[in-house]
Design a protein around this ligand. Structure first.
Ligand SMILES: [Zn+2]
Length: 113
């Protein structure tokens, strides 16, 4: 379950952001997650609820928006949305592509007091 190690990293980041903003408690976290991360929302939720105990985010709820993966073709320069891990250019059917979005895992908003 790779969600748990991601959540542990995330909790470290939440802690430092909370400290920077002088929060003593985090109540809500909203994440932006790239589709290529292959996160299962239910698993992620479960991992978060397990790992948050005893941390500054103990009472925080988590929600997430998934960002579609996007790639750019090196041959013809076309940008396209990657679906089902299908990394083939829509324009020229080339396979020499760079992924430009879809691997991110960012804190979009965070609330606390
Ligand atoms: Zn192309």
């Amino acid at each position: 379950m790779h969600e748990l190690s991601i959540v542990e990293n995330l909790l470290d980041i939440i802690k430092s952001v909370a400290e920077e903003n002088k929060m003593s408690r985090v109540t809500r976290v909203h994440l932006k997650i790239g589709n290529l991360r292959q996160i299962v929302p239910e698993m992620f939720q479960f991992a978060f609820d397990t790992a948050k105990k005893g941390t500054i985010a103990e009472s925080a709820s988590v929600s997430m928006t998934f960002v579609p993966a996007k790639a750019v073709c090196r041959t013809c320069g076309r940008e396209f949305i990657v679906e089902d891990n299908f990394f083939i250019c829509e324009g020229c059917s080339g396979i020499d592509v760079d992924v430009i979005e879809g691997k991110e895992l960012l804190i979009d908003t965070m609330e606390g007091e």
